[in-house]
Design a protein around this ligand. Structure first.
Ligand code: SP5
Ligand code: ZN
Length: 350
């Protein structure tokens, strides 16, 4: 199975995340991508270079003002002098125009960059640096190249996307995600002529961004197993079982939240439910949002999925019998990230 690689994905260096006001070393580090590339190559995957793609699919997922903001916010931050005064070399917002602030009024558009920084961002953990845009855009190209491979007849292709994407909404970034690689891949598959696409999200966290992009659409199913956001895990406010879609999309969203500590048995029961719902949807292709942070050793989630659990997850997706574009999301334990991904891809192609 081919794996798509883009060197520029290494150029995003967030260096930190601000969590509960404390500056921590972030876990979404560039080394994740090289580990993934080396692991799949060692397992026999053919490494394919990502090719540049235009903005057609990207612009149907994300708002134009959001894309312009992400592409330009770092330069504006530097231009305004923030790296020297007060000494912040990454874009870190401090005021967010939430419903709590606006109280039903429309947000104005401020000119100051430290004010505008909060307009399209929803947390303090997702920093923007000098080449964040370059890397995020390259991850989109990797996902679109994997789509091309599947459209050309490959039964499955894997995109080594970094930064990840499933928390990015139409006009918002957060959760270490900037551009929604999986959503763009799903749209590109639709644009290739496929009528229905199912997204199956096996990252430990709920993909609130992907869910929201397709929430009112009947042509893209979104199913996700993840640690219960209500139990204290990102993204906290979304990802509950009651969220089932809206309007034309009613019934095309399925969330299966799992209690912290859940292992293979509960995880695989959730994946089986999601695969059954995806099968009923009769998709022509699947986008697998492949995060491996539900694994036991991962520092960012309390789930306890094993290598065998991830392998079986891949098999359950393969058993849908349609082509699969796998797009990497989370997974932060550097020692097992590669082998967990290989196990999933082996299940997917066995
Ligand atoms: C794509 C993806 O997996 N995004 C996950 C974002 C969740 N990050 C939450 C980070 C919360 C605090 N991190 C420090 C953990 C201290 N134990
Ligand atoms: Zn995650």
């Amino acid at each position: 199975m081919p794996s798509v690689w883009a060197e520029e994905t290494l150029r995003h260096e967030p260096e930190a995340e601000i969590w509960v006001g404390v500056r921590l070393l972030g876990t979404e580090v560039p080394e994740r991508a090289t580990i993934l590339r080396d692991a799949v190559a060692a397992a026999g995957s053919r490494i394919v270079a990502a090719t540049p793609h235009d903005d057609a699919a990207l612009a149907s997922v994300h708002a134009p003002d959001f894309l312009n903001h992400l592409a330009s916010v770092y330069d504006a931050w530097v231009e305004a002098g923030f790296p020297t005064d007060p000494g912040q070399n990454r874009v870190v917002p401090y005021v967010f125009p939430t419903p709590a602030m606006l109280a039903g009024m429309d947000a104005r558009v401020p000119t100051a960059i430290h004010a505008r920084a909060g307009r399209y961002c929803y947390d303090t953990m997702t920093l923007v640096g000098p080449r964040t845009w370059l890397a995020a855009r390259a991850a989109v190209d990797a996902a679109l190249t994997a789509v091309d491979l599947v459209v050309a007849g490959e039964p499955a292709a894997y995109a080594i996307c970094r930064p990840p994407g499933h928390h990015a909404t139409r006009a918002g970034y957060g959760g270490s995600c900037y551009l929604n690689n999986a959503a763009v891949a799903a749209v590109a598959l639709r644009r290739s002529g496929l009528e229905r696409v199912a997204i199956i999200d096996v990252d430990a966290h709920h993909g609130n961004g992907t869910q929201s992009v397709f929430y009112d659409r009947a042509d893209v199913f979104y199913g996700s197993a993840h640690v219960d956001p209500g139990a204290g895990w990102f993204p906290h406010y979304l990802g509950f079982a009651e969220e089932t879609g809206f309007g034309d999309g009613e019934g095309a969203t399925l969330n299966v939240p799992l209690a912290p500590g859940s292992g293979d048995e509960l995880w695989l029961a959730a994946i089986e439910r999601i695969a059954a719902a995806a099968a009923s949807f009769r998709p022509s292709a699947v986008v697998l949002s492949l995060g491996v942070d539900a694994a036991a050793d991962d520092p960012e989630s309390p789930l306890q999925v094993t290598h065998d659990g991830y392998r079986r997850t891949g098999e359950l997706v393969r058993e849908l019998g349609v082509p699969v574009v796998a797009v990497h999301e989370g997974g932060y334990h550097l020692q097992t990230l590669g082998s967990l991904t290989v196990a999933t891809l082996e299940g997917l192609t066995r």
